[in-house]
Structures are given as structure tokens and as C-alpha cells.
Write a new protein. Structure first.
Length: 94
């Protein structure tokens, strides 16, 4: 985790500030933690979509990671429908 050395100042209405505080409290976070926790993933998605980047990072728990690796290491299986599709001529090849 990166050290937090920058300050971010925002202005909010009393109502918005109270709502953020209530939501943060329900998650046992400070308002700052809550705002960062909820807004940074949205910002990352917006930036990825903006530059057309595909998702390259995802997180898995130990059991899911083991299953994922097992599936990757398994031999390829034949899918008849896919084989048929790939055998078809492309429309522009006629």
C-alpha cells in the first residue's frame, strides 16, 4: 500500500457531508477512507474505458486462485460447435 502523503480537499453541503459520515460509519471507516475506497475504483474504470484498456488485474482468494491455475493448466478440450464455426468460410471469402 502506498503512503498517503497528498491532501485532497473537497467542499460538500452539510447534507452530503452527513450522508458520507453515516455511510462511512456503517462501514467502520473514516470519511476519507470511505471516499477513497468507493471513488478510486470508479475512477480507475473510467480511465480504463477512456483509453480502451482491458482489465489486466483481478483479485482472487487462495481457493479461487488454485482453481484458476488448475483450469489454465488443464489440457484444451474440443468444442465441436467452435470447430464447425472455424471451418466455415468467411462471408468476404466468397
Amino acid at each position: 500500500m502506498q503512503a498517503k502523503i497528498e491532501h485532497l480537499h473537497i467542499r460538500a453541503s452539510e447534507r452530503d457531508k452527513a450522508m458520507l459520515a453515516r455511510a462511512a460509519q456503517s462501514k467502520n471507516m473514516s470519511v476519507s477512507q470511505f471516499i477513497l475506497h468507493t471513488s478510486v475504483p470508479i475512477a480507475e474504470e473510467i480511465v480504463r474505458n477512456e483509453i480502451g484498456e482491458v482489465q489486466t488485474l483481478f483479485r482472487l482468494g487462495p481457493d479461487d486462485w488454485a482453481e484458476f491455475c488448475q483450469l489454465l493448466d488443464a489440457p484444451a478440450r474440443e468444442i465441436p460447435q467452435l470447430k464447425e464455426l472455424l471451418a466455415l468460410k468467411a462471408p468476404w471469402e466468397d
